[in-house]
Design a protein around this ligand. Structure first.
Ligand code: SAM
Length: 259
């Protein structure tokens, strides 16, 4: 690619990803806020409120690549605040123990600590054999799938662990379709984000990798097809159907239902 980026060979990706998140774990929440100017919070709020957990009764959820628990916390808060639901549960899983530790620390300060509503599990999204078939009503993965070496493996494991009728929901950076927005966004992410990584976390390379991984992720229709190939039913291939763009496609929500 241009901008002087290294390209990471696929066979090195998994260990590199682990190293990246080890090195950023303690600064991860701060960096997320700084690099997106807080906007990731709005995307995550929107993601969870559209899923509306608790509406049809308590859910058994798994949040994969759950990191420090941003999505899990929103799911539990939404179900409790909107539906007085204290029975919805979220199992947070992540390949990286450091991220999970940060999540655990954070949940210690919440009412969910030491309740069956939340638990943390070290696991690779591509190989979830510790989790049983047909178990979950909702599978979420936010800003995590692009870091995985094999997207089809992640999707087939998601399909396996969901109950029939269960929902797969993915929030991920995606393709910006408007050319002006796209240019501005490129300028911002290739220069500002690695610079912030240097200043705030002392780690430019990790943030460069994160930006590069966003560029390589398949565009909306391609990813929607991969979700169908895994067996899920999706809406039609348009914005508002199989996927819903956020901020012109900077982020995007894809959903599918296990048949
Ligand atoms: N979902 C959280 C959020 O939205 O704040 C964390 C997102 S963070 C950008 C990506 C997470 O994916 C990291 O915690 C990383 O450890 C995890 N991850 C990367 N590869 C993974 C894999 N193969 N299996 C499970 N988790 C993975």
């Amino acid at each position: 690619a241009s901008f002087g980026f290294r390209t990471v060979p696929e066979d090195m990706k998994e260990s590199l990803v682990k190293q990246v998140f080890n090195s950023v774990a303690s600064k991860y929440d701060l960096m997320n806020d700084a690099s997106s100017m807080g906007v990731h919070r709005l995307w995550k709020d929107d993601f969870v409120s559209k899923l509306d957990p608790g509406r049809k009764g308590p859910l058994r959820c798994i949040d994969v690549a759950g990191g420090t628990g941003d999505i899990a916390l929103r799911i539990l808060d939404h179900a409790r605040e909107k539906y007085a639901d204290r029975e919805t549960t979220v199992e947070v899983s992540d390949i990286n123990a450091e991220m999970l530790k940060e999540g655990y620390k954070r949940f210690k300060k919440t009412m969910y600590h030491n309740t069956p509503q939340v638990s943390f599990h070290e696991a690779n999204a591509q190989e979830m054999s510790a989790f049983k078939d047909n178990t979950y009503d909702l599978y979420t993965i936010a800003f995590g799938i692009r870091n995985c070496t094999s997207i089809p493996d992640v999707l087939s494991e998601a399909y396996r662990v969901l109950k029939p009728g269960g929902t797969f929901a993915c929030l991920e950076f995606s393709k910006v379709n408007n050319p002006i927005l796209s240019t501005l966004y490129d300028q911002y992410s290739f220069s500002v984000i690695p610079l912030m990584g240097t200043i705030l976390a002392g780690d430019r390379d990790s943030y460069q990798y994160l930006v590069e991984s966003i560029r390589k992720f398949p565009p909306q229709p391609t990813f929607a097809q991969m979700i169908r190939d895994a067996g899920f039913k999706t809406g039609p291939d348009v914005d508002g159907g199989a996927w819903t763009d956020q901020w012109g496609g900077i982020a995007c929500v894809h959903t599918g239902v296990k048949i």
